[in-house]
Design a protein around this ligand. Structure first.
Ligand code: NDP
Length: 330
């Protein structure tokens, strides 16, 4: 049983992570917010003993783990303190706004001997797990391409810093391209070397992009197309891996909730594969427990979070410059 502090009185913490931590058999003992009132409200709503408005307050508590879900610009400070306190870390994506910060976070956790994980939840859904299994047994023949349609309608309650605050880490590229990078890396076992992208605002983003399309070149030669957006109500999401013998098409699986459909299209016809409905965040926490116990784990590590951030930063730089950009994994 781990004793957790939550840094960030955030929506994701409230909607998903308090419940997931408790379902994993752990305890949430403290919440830290930049606002004393928000910390107190969050603690009262979720029955958490300690409500703090300063990170330093964590020094007085006995903790095993820290979950970081404040705005992206503030992740680093919390992760560095957690490492200093000898706590395992689960940090939200994107880890930071630049690679240097992500590297400092990963290195601090490594030097402190604690596990650092990134909350890339999509790899824990049933479709991702089954697709990876089929890819490992060469179920598609030679891989040719991947397509990720991941354009959503950002819920009204989330239309805050994400759509108007670049300094806090807003913009759809940092928000969603990181997930696409992690999903493809989980499935394919490789990260892109080079990207080309275009981005823009369709009216929701103010000072940050709310849509981006990009092409990614992988070391194996595979090419991927990814679309990430905030302002597309009613759009379905889709993840496809295309081989020269068959393809896999997952629809409606790029969500916080489980579900969706997975079809394996082959010469002898289409096969629909059954998906389980496990909670993605709870599965992630169980994988984190395995990592802490020194066992093989499918949890995204801190290094995985650094790599997905590197891809997103390259996408943003390519869209800005109008050029192909090599991904800098530092
Ligand atoms: P929120 O906007 O809900 O919260 C982010 C921060 O904003 C909070 O930590 C809080 O700061 C502040 N805040 C919250 N409510 C208010 C308010 N009413 N007034 C002023 N400030 C407020 O963010 P999300 O939950 O959407 O995202 C948090 C992190 O989690 C991000 O890094 C995001 O990318 C990630 N995320 C990951 C998901 C996943 O599936 N892995 C899904 C959604 C988000 P304070 O800490 O000071 O209280």
């Amino acid at each position: 049983m781990l004793k957790w502090a939550f840094v960030g009185a955030s929506n994701i913490a409230s909607e998903w992570m308090v419940g997931a931590v408790r379902a994993a058999g752990d305890e949430v003992v403290a919440v830290v917010s930049g606002s004393a009132a928000r910390a107190a409200g969050f603690a009262q709503q979720h029955g958490i003993a300690h409500a703090l408005d300063q990170l330093d307050g964590l020094r007085r508590l006995e903790l095993d783990a820290v979950y970081v879900s404040n705005t992206n610009d503030r992740h680093e400070q919390a992760v560095l303190l957690a490492a200093e306190l000898g706590c395992h870390v689960l940090c939200e994506k994107p880890l930071a706004l630049d690679i240097g910060a992500a590297r400092r976070m990963v290195d601090a956790c490594r030097d402190a001997g604690v596990v650092m994980a990134t909350n890339h939840h999509l790899r824990h859904n049933s479709a991702h797990r089954q697709m990876r299994g089929l890819l490992r047994t060469q179920g598609l023949g030679r891989l040719v391409a991947a397509r990720v349609s991941h354009s959503v309608h950002l819920r009204a309650k989330l239309q805050g810093w994400r759509i108007d605050n670049a300094a806090a880490g807003g913009g759809v590229v940092l928000d969603i391209a990181v997930h696409n990078a992690d999903s493809l890396a989980f499935l394919l076992g490789e990260y892109p070397v080079e990207v080309m992208a275009m981005s823009g605002s369709s009216g929701m983003g103010r000072g940050v992009e709310d849509q981006a399309m990009s092409l990614w070149q992988f070391p194996s030669g595979l090419c991927a197309f990814t679309h990430q957006g905030f302002n597309t109500p009613h759009a379905s999401n889709r993840l496809e891996i295309l081989g020269d013998q068959a393809c896999l098409e997952a629809r409606g699986v790029l969500n916080q909730t489980p579900g969706g459909e997975l079809v394996w299209r082959r010469a002898d016809g289409d096969l629909s594969l059954r998906l389980d409905h496990d909670n993605l965040y709870l599965r992630g926490l169980r994988e984190l427990h395995k990592a802490i116990a020194g066992e093989d784990s499918d949890m995204a590590s801190g290094e995985d979070g650094l790599r997905s951030l590197a891809v997103a930063l390259a996408v943003r730089e390519s869209a800005r410059s109008g050029r192909r950009v090599k991904v800098d994994y530092a």
